[in-house]
Design a protein around this ligand. Structure first.
Ligand code: PMP
Ligand code: GLU
Length: 410
């Protein structure tokens, strides 16, 4: 029994806080691999490419030059300037460098923004399927996550009408993530504008626009930045982005927020009281990535596009499996409901839900995926195609073979 009154009592905040399921599955897969298990790991939300060269070189240089001390909490000036310039050039967003804050990863940028904007009881609207950490971070801020459903038949695009239907006087924050993790859905420009109209009708509502997968879009899609819709919406948006995905820099931990001054200031204060600066050396690397990483980014995106097409074709050939076409990011999110309920004749163990499907894929087929439950979407699993073609081919073979076995077992 948990002692809830004595010395081992933990804060209400962390009671029931589970580890991030994406990180947990990835660590589990990595641990099994380290033990020598033959495993194909398609859990990881991280590029398999090396960090862009310019970033790595700049970091080595920074260490050599002794750039290893505290920096300004919200980041070094040249990086904040370069981010502001990037946002102007690529996204049509006008921020002063003072309105940009560099954080240890975009995950902490999101956390900090929620801490700055939400009071206990406030509602945070989260379109589902959602990235695992949004609802948990909302709860850590004392807020209440409110799920906004999307439809698979609609490509998982969040619709303005669904958002409007869930607004209350307590609504404080709307999280947008386009391209989306886990579905890859990109919000089309006309829908983004309709969402903008809804936001304008609710003066208390802010938008947290997580644009971390912005560069990873296919078929000529250019995801638009929410804050670029109008000056009124700019004034109510915190734009979040980072270096992990586009520049293959997951381990470096550099993300950022861009927000109007009244929010940027407390955000910087919040950073100065919590993390202090993102690692000095990693900031130097990020600055160099913005300057010289482009050719590698373009090559990565082209390769991700090829892999996406390959995995989609393989998945769609599997009986009982259906999969929408993701417009961006590097995940596919197939609907596995057609294969659930099978497997009884083998050992009496029916695969009842996607959590047990993912577990059995891991244990019996040596294929690590993330079940949809953690994304608020039971019945689906997430596979990352940020892996080599050979790995993807082997992963698809294993999935096909496992499902074939289930089918035969009836
Ligand atoms: N947002 C989304 C949607 C993500 O998938 C990730 C990946 N971890 C992040 C934010 C955070 O990225 P990072 O902390 O590595 O910058
Ligand atoms: N965002 C990545 C993913 O969803 C990395 C893990 C995490 O930060 O949750 O797999």
């Amino acid at each position: 029994m948990t002692d809830t009154s004595g010395s081992s009592r933990l804060s209400l905040r962390v009671r029931g806080l589970a580890p991030s399921p994406t990180m947990a599955m990835d660590s589990r897969a990595k641990a099994l691999k380290a033990q020598g298990r033959d495993l194909v790991n398609l859990t990881a939300g991280e590029p398999d490419f090396p960090t862009v060269r310019a970033a790595a070189t700049a970091a080595v240089e920074a260490i050599r030059e002794g750039f290893t001390r505290y920096t300004e909490a919200a980041g070094i000036r040249p990086l904040r300037e370069a981010i502001a310039a990037k946002l102007a050039r690529d996204n049509g967003l006008s921020y002063r460098p003072e309105e940009v804050a560099v954080t240890p990863g975009a995950k902490f940028a999101l956390y900090a923004a929620m801490q700055v904007l939400c009071d206990p009881g406030d509602e945070v609207l989260v379109p589902a399927p959602y990235w695992v950490s949004y609802p948990e971070q909302a709860k850590l801020a004392g807020a209440v996550p409110v799920v906004v459903p999307t439809a698979e038949s609609d490509g998982f695009v969040v619709r303005a009408a669904e958002i409007a239907a869930r607004l209350t006087p307590r609504s404080r924050l709307l999280v947008l993530n386009s391209p989306s993790n886990p579905t890859g859905a990109v919000i089309p420009p006309d829908e983004l504008e309709r969402i903008g109209e809804v936001v304008l009708r609710h003066p208390r509502l802010w938008v947290l626009s997580d644009e971390i997968y912005e560069r990873l879009a296919y078929d000529g899609t250019r995801p638009r930045s929410f804050a670029a819709l109008s000056p009124e919406l700019w004034a109510r948006t915190v734009t979040i982005n980072g270096f992990s995905k586009a520049y293959a820099m997951t381990g470096w931990r550099v993300g950022y927020t861009a927000a109007p001054d009244p929010v940027a200031r407390p955000l910087a204060n919040f950073l100065s009281q919590t993390t202090s600066n993102a690692t000095s050396v990693a900031q130097s690397a990020a600055l160099a990535a913005l300057g010289g990483g482009e050719p590698e980014v373009a090559a990565m995106v082209a390769e991700f596009g090829r892999r996406r097409d390959y995995v989609l074709e393989r998945l769609r050939a599997l009986p009982g499996v259906r999969c929408t076409t993701p417009g961006g990011a590097f995940y596919v999110f197939p609907n596995m409901r057609g294969v659930l309920g099978q497997g009884a004749a083998a050992d009496g163990k029916v695969v009842a839900d996607t959590e047990s499907l993912a577990l059995r894929l891991l244990e019996e087929a040596g294929l690590a995926t993330v079940p949809g439950e953690g994304f608020g979407a039971p019945g689906f699993i997430r596979l990352s195609y940020a892996a080599s073609m050979e790995t993807l081919a082997e992963g698809c073979n294993r999935l096909a073979h496992f499902l074939e076995g289930l089918r035969r077992a009836g």
